[in-house]
Every structure is written in structure tokens, then in C-alpha cells.
Design a protein around this ligand. Structure first.
Ligand code: PHE
Ligand code: NA
Length: 457
């Protein structure tokens, strides 16, 4: 246990944690969720969720990883023998996410490439029809596997290559390159977007608060869902990353830094996306509201249909704008995929006592093979279904298991609190215990019931 791999520096750890958090969820999920959940008014449930669930759980996961120094199943198993399965449940979810997250990054690679000459054709909406993905094309293997194969291979080679190099030389180095580059690229995009004609209208529809929504349970559930996915919590990832922290490392402060960095990036993405949507509305001589209703402003549709359309209309250097946008998606996505994959790579290598490289080859290799399924003809539907299931059941359930187990059973929150306080600048108080022991379980329990109810009815 003593020769466990370690981060080379605090900044290295922070960049890796931010790399995990900042991902596709920030760029295409947040702007849409916020817009549909009250615009500027969403700030209230969002901040509440960040401060009562997001950051408290992040602190809890950092504490567990730091104190018990193992992958998620191992660390949770060290807290109490009966908790190991929670770690495996989370590891399984991480595995499933990695199989489709990788495909989305592969699309983004294709789109960065096609941006250069705007070769997505006259009809950017062809994405869903299948032309763009070349499904109708001979592709590879007689058309069964489309041209997505090469970018997908690139995604997995980078991810598994980085992971096989280990924590300090692989994950840390990759994030030290990816995250600063991402921030610079994204700032260029945002600056360009807000200087486009119509941008102001886009921003005002994004930020104008609709206070009538604030009493809506749905809006609160959306805020919690966004925080969980966006901060990569309840996936065992942050436990794994924190298990590589040196003994003397701040926990609480690092959690606040990670949380606020991630949220800042979400707001930045919201500004960029809605400025661009405002520009599009201007070009079409319509209102942002109508446009958003017609086209949708989130998810795969935003990135691969709305954005190409916007890019094609940019007056100067459209190809460059498109390239920067899709390259940002690639960087944000890769740094998250690395963290998701590390979760099961570490767990499998510790459980079966095999080397990191072997675990990368078996675990990562299997995920890469499965990811091919989403690149086939029915792939997009499959992806949608799996993603929906993960978001509605996987996350809430694993968050609930973890928080309830740790807060109500075994050692209890006071013992983690004193561990965190013994190494951190900021001292945790009752808000932390109340958030984790009471507020979060209630909200997650409610989310579960509501999901079940939707399922049945
Ligand atoms: N937090 C990442 C995002 O916002 C997504 C993610 C989910 C990463 C789960 C790791 C695990 O896109
Ligand atoms: Na995120």
C-alpha cells in the first residue's frame, strides 16, 4: 500500500479532477438544462444543489480516497466489508458510460476535421438521417461499421495509452496539456460568439430569470441531476483520483476549487452557446425562443446539428470557429473519458492483482469493443436509451447508496469530518453533515421515486 502511485503536485491533481468534471456535460448539457429550467432563476436551485450535494459529496469522496487509499471498491470495502459492492456498482456504471462517451468524442473528432472545409454538406441536420455518419456509404466492413471507426480508434488509443503510462506520467501529464489548452480554445470561441450579431438577444434569453419555475420540483431535480453528472460524483471517479493524493494534501479546499472551476466553465459554455444561438436567430430573422423551441439547444442535436449550421453562417473564418468548437469538445471529452476509464482500470487491477497495463488492455479493450455497437446503424438509438437509463437510474441510485451507507452506517460522518479537517485549510461544520445525512438522501430518494413513477405510468 505504501508504494501506491501518487500525483506529482497539487496542481496536477486539481487539473486531473477538473479534467474529469469539465466535459461534454458542461458544454452541451448545462446550457440547455439552465435554459429550460428558468434561465437566470436556475441559479438558485443550481447553487443550492452545488452547496448541499455537489461540493459536500466531492469532499466525502476525496476523504474516502485519501484516507483509505484504494480504488472505489477497495476504499469502500475498507470502510466496511459490506460496502464493497457499492464501489462495484459505480465501477459498472463508469464502464457503461465509457462505452458511449467515447463514441461522442469520436463524432467530435470527425466534425473538427469536417469543419475545416465545412464539408458536412448543405444540410447539417443530415446527422440524424445518417448521411453524415456515412452509414449509407460503403464505410468499413461492407457498410456495417461506418467511417467513425478511425476516430473511435484514435479516442481509445489516446485514452488507453495515457492510462497505461500511469498516474503521474500519464493522467497528470495529459491533463496538464489538455485543460489549459481547452480553456484557451474555449475563451476564443466565447469571445468570437459574443461579438456576433444577435448575441445580445441570445444572452438575454439565457439569463432572463423566470421566477415562476422556482417552485417546480422538476427544476430542483434537474439542478441536482446536472450537478451529479457534471461534477463526476457518485461514479467512483473522485474516490479513485483522491486515492493517489499524498498524505499531506488539502481536501476541502481542493473540493471547492474543483466545484467552482467546473461551474465557471458551465456558465462560460452557456454564454458561448447562447450567444451563438442568438446569432443564428438573427440570421434567420426569428426570435431566440422560437429557434430554441424548434431546434433544441442541448445534447447531441446542439453539438452536431445546430452548431454546424451556426458555423456555416459565420462571416469570417467559419472553419476555424467550427474547428475550435469541436476540438474543445474533444479535449473536454477525452479528459473525462480518461477518468471514467481509470475508475475500472484501477478497480480491476487491484482486485485481481494484475498490472495496470494488463488491466488497461482487458478492461479498456472490452469497452472499446463494445463501443463499436454505437457506431452501427441503430447506434444512435441505442446510445440514447443507455444514456437515459444511466442518467435516470444509475446516478441517483449510486449516489443514494453511497451517501446513505457512509452517512448512516459504519463509521458515520463525524469520523470523515475529522479526517478532512485534519488536513484541510477550511474546517467542515454541521452544514456538511446535514447536507449529506439529510438533504441529499431526501432529494435523491425523491428523484428515484419520481423516475420509477415515470417509468410505470
Ligand atoms: N463530468 C463529465 C461531464 O460533465 C462527465 C462525466 C460523467 C465524467 C461521469 C466522468 C464520469 O461531461
Ligand atoms: Na462537468
Amino acid at each position: 500500500m505504501e508504494n501506491r502511485a501518487q500525483w506529482g503536485s497539487r496542481v496536477g491533481f486539481l487539473l486531473a479532477a477538473m479534467g474529469s468534471a469539465i466535459g461534454l456535460g458542461n458544454i452541451w448539457r448545462f446550457p440547455a438544462v439552465a435554459y429550460e429550467s428558468g434561465g437566470g432563476a436556475f441559479i438558485v436551485p443550481y447553487l443550492f444543489a452545488l452547496l448541499t450535494a455537489g461540493i459536500p459529496i466531492l469532499i466525502l469522496e476525496y476523504t474516502i480516497g485519501h484516507k483509505y487509499r484504494g480504488s472505489a471498491p477497495k476504499s469502500l470495502g475498507r470502510v466496511s466489508k459490506g460496502f464493497e459492492w457499492i464501489g462495484w456498482w459505480q465501477v459498472t456504471i463508469a464502464f457503461v458510460i465509457s462505452t458511449y462517451y467515447s463514441v461522442i468524442i469520436a463524432w467530435a473528432i470527425m466534425y473538427s476535421y469536417y469543419s475545416i472545409n465545412l464539408t458536412w454538406g448543405d444540410d447539417p441536420t443530415s446527422f440524424f438521417v445518417g448521411d453524415f455518419l456515412n452509414l449509407a456509404d460503403p464505410g468499413v466492413f461492407g457498410g456495417f461499421v461506418p467511417k467513425i471507426l478511425l476516430p473511435l480508434l484514435i479516442v481509445w488509443v489516446i485514452t488507453l495509452g495515457v492510462l497505461s503510462k500511469g498516474v503521474k506520467k500519464g493522467i497528470e501529464v495529459a491533463n496538464k496539456i489538455f485543460i489549459p489548452t481547452l480553456v484557451v480554445l474555449f475563451l476564443i470561441i466565447v469571445i468570437r460568439a459574443v461579438t456576433l450579431e444577435g448575441a445580445a438577444d441570445g444572452l438575454s434569453s439565457f439569463f432572463t430569470p423566470d421566477w415562476s419555475r422556482i417552485g417546480d420540483a422538476e427544476v430542483w431535480v434537474a439542478a441536482y441531476g446536472q450537478i451529479f453528472f457534471s461534477l463526476s460524483i457518485a461514479f467512483a471517479i473522485m474516490i479513485t483520483y483522491a486515492s493517489y493524493l499524498p498524505k499531506k494534501s488539502d481536501i476541502t479546499n481542493n473540493a471547492f476549487i474543483t466545484g467552482f472551476a467546473n461551474s465557471s466553465f458551465e456558465v462560460l459554455a452557456g454564454i458561448g452557446v447562447f450567444a451563438a444561438v442568438g446569432f443564428m436567430a438573427f440570421t434567420y430573422n426569428t426570435s431566440v425562443t422560437d429557434l430554441a423551441a424548434e431546434k433544441g439547444v442541448g445534447g447531441i442535436g446542439l453539438a452536431f446539428m445546430v452548431f454546424p449550421e451556426i458555423v456555416s453562417q459565420i462571416p469570417v473564418l467559419p472553419g476555424l470557429f467550427g474547428f475550435l468548437f469541436f476540438a474543445s469538445l474533444v479535449l473536454a471529452g477525452l479528459s473525462s473519458l480518461i477518468s471514467i476509464t481509470e475508475t475500472y482500470v484501477a478497480a480491476v487491477s487491484e482486485k485481481f492483482n494484475i498490472s495496470r497495463v494488463k488491466s488497461v488492455v482487458f478492461g479498456g479493450g472490452l469497452a472499446a469493443l463494445i463501443s463499436l455497437a454505437y457506431a452501427t446503424r441503430g447506434g444512435l438509438n441505442l446510445l440514447d436509451t443507455v444514456d437515459h437509463f444511466i442518467n435516470n437510474f444509475g446516478i441517483a441510485l449510486s449516489g443514494l447508496f453511497q451517501v446513505v451507507a457512509l452517512a448512516w452506517f459504519a463509521r458515520g460522518l463525524k469520523s470523515y469530518q475529522s479526517h478532512a479537517n485534519s488536513v484541510s485549510d477550511i474546517a467542515l461544520g454541521a452544514w456538511w453533515r446535514i447536507s449529506l445525512g439529510v438533504i441529499t438522501p431526501i432529494v435523491l430518494g425523491y428523484m428515484m421515486l419520481q423516475n420509477l413513477n415515470n417509468r410505470i405510468s
